[in-house]
Design a protein around this ligand. Structure first.
Ligand code: HEC
Length: 122
């Protein structure tokens, strides 16, 4: 093999390995984003979740806050982990808020989020 050919083969291998590893990096980042939407990041919130959080703030947090009645519904992360209780109490059993059931419009917003998959990004 001539020196020129050897240099060309080395260059070719270098280019191929850079392309391959950068593809892998892109994929890794995409996978990571899909797996872990950070529940503390307001920019990651989808419209259905954001609407539910507003209802929690106006109708529930008066009783359900840190140091108040359990469950604490005052943070996005807690709302996500309590999705089942929120749906059951407000839409199925209509026991919450304790004073009177939510309006049908509010119940529909909670049901839509629940049915869509009850994620931060919904
Ligand atoms: C006036 C105070 C008050 C308000 C407002 C209120 N709750 Fe409650 N909630 C309570 C009390 C007290 C309990 C515990 C006793 C019980 O379950 O009846 C409770 C219990 C719960 C539970 C746990 C029930 C169980 O048996 O596991 C959930 C979930 C819940 N509330 C969700 C909500 C949601 C969602 C809202 C707003 C739409 C809300 N609550 C509004 C007072 C309140």
């Amino acid at each position: 093999m001539s020196t020129k050919k050897i240099i060309l083969s080395i260059l070719f291998l270098a280019v191929v390995s850079v392309v391959v590893t950068s593809c892998y990096k892109d994929r890794e980042e995409l996978l990571y984003q899909a797996k872990a939407a950070d529940c503390t990041n307001p920019d990651a919130q989808g419209p259905k979740f954001a609407a539910v959080e507003l209802i929690m703030k106006s109708e529930c947090v008066g009783c359900h806050s840190a140091g108040g009645t359990s469950p604490d519904l005052s943070t996005s992360c807690n709302i996500l982990s309590q999705y089942e209780g929120i749906y059951n109490q407000c839409v199925v059993l209509k026991r919450m808020p304790q004073v009177a059931p939510l309006s049908t419009a509010y119940q529909t917003i909670i049901k839509d989020w629940y049915d869509a998959g009850h994620k931060l990004t919904d």
